[in-house]
Design a protein around this ligand. Structure first.
Ligand code: 7LV
Length: 331
């Protein structure tokens, strides 16, 4: 494959994964040398999944947070979509849990605080993810979690109709109201999935599981699950507050942030605000202005268009370099 649209902008390397209708390749951003992940989708093979891609791109342009995989650039051609994304070298949280069998409460708490921060931010922005599961949480080089795959997310303000469950991912994380096809609130369904997630982190297996899907649905709708002996009383209470069959009795992400189990050892509630500000970084603007031979005010005006073009990618990757203590320099 030529991928000629990327020539000169990114140096393509090996395929690092594939997710359904997409191929994900490692690449280097040519102006900063920083690694990126490029999600490549062929329009012809997308078929009815095309709206999912547009949903994901639109959502990721709005969502800018330290625990959400950063979208740097979008390239659309007649045949393909390319999404240039933040690289997460340590792969999926799912594989991390499998490798360790299950996590201790302290380690699970570190991860769960990050998940609550990401979901709190998304809900505050008026979105719901609707496909929260360990396969959609990646680890960066500092073992921080990055949420991915916004193809099923809803933006209720955008008038997204009730989502038919059948086209979603794994049913094991789906809330009872989603399964029974009732009208539901995405935010409430996300809290249920987070309950399943926390259970999986602490136990290493799922609270509701069955090869037979109708059987699985019955178990989910019963809301009955076993709690192994190693779970502390507080973690059992927290999981129970999320795995409430009645969505109106379910804890909200706001209350999650100051739940005793999440506070233990921290004494500060979850810091969910984005560390990114839409105010541009002066050093990055200066370096860009020098490189492109423009005035700083011209450069700032162009960057703040946030076109998610090569300039947007270069700005964010320069900012990454600065935040990692590397020189704010373009090659
Ligand atoms: C099974 N899944 C639903 C897809 C799988 C695809 C490969 C990916 N990956 C890997 O599997 N590594 C082993 C390396 C890796 C490194 N950095 C990545 C950065 C971003 C993404 C990514 C992938 C998709 Cl499908 C997205 O929608 C978004 Cl927003 C982001 N995937 C990455 C990724 C993990 C997930």
């Amino acid at each position: 494959m030529s991928y000629s649209e990327l020539k000169g902008l990114y140096h393509l390397r090996e395929t690092i994964g594939s997710g359904g209708f997409a191929k994900v390749k490692l690449a280097y951003h040519s102006l900063t040398g920083e690694k990126v992940a490029i999600k490549i989708m062929d329009k012809r093979s997308l078929g009815e999944d095309l709206p999912r891609v547009k949903t994901e791109i639109a959502a990721m342009k709005e969502l800018c947070h330290q625990h959400i995989c950063k979208l740097y650039q979008v390239i659309e051609t007649t045949d393909r979509f390319y999404m240039i994304l933040e690289y997460c070298p340590e792969g999926e949280l799912f594989d991390y849990i499998v490798a360790k069998d299950r996590l201790g409460e302290d380690e699970a708490r570190i991860f769960f605080r990050q998940i609550v921060a990401a979901v709190g931010y998304i809900h505050n922005q008026g979105y719901a993810h609707r496909d929260l599961k360990p396969e959609n949480l990646l680890l960066d080089e500092d073992q921080n979690l990055k949420l991915i795959d916004f193809g099923l997310c809803a933006n209720p303000q955008g008038g997204m109709e009730k989502h038919l469950f059948t086209c979603c991912g794994s049913p094991a994380y789906a809330a009872p109201e989603l399964i029974s096809g009732k009208e539901y609130l995405g935010a409430e369904a996300d809290i249920w999935s987070m309950g399943i997630l926390l259970y999986a982190l602490l136990c290493g297996y799922l609270p509701f599981d069955d090869e037979n899907i109708p059987q699985l649905y019955k178990k989910i709708q019963s809301g009955k699950y076993d709690t192994p002996s190693w779970l502390s009383l507080e973690s059992k209470e927290l999981i129970a507050s999320m795995l409430q069959v009645d969505p109106k009795r379910r804890i909200t992400v706001g209350h999650l942030m100051s739940h005793p189990w999440l506070l233990s050892g921290y004494d500060i509630s979850v810091e969910w605000h984005s560390k990114y500000s839409w105010k541009v970084d002066e050093d990055c603007i200066t370096e860009l202005a020098v490189h492109y031979g423009k005035s700083r005010s011209e450069m700032e005006a162009e960057v703040t268009l946030w076109n998610f073009d090569y300039l947007t990618a270069t700005y964010f990757l320069l900012l990454e370099k600065k935040q990692k203590g590397r020189p704010v320099r373009l090659i």
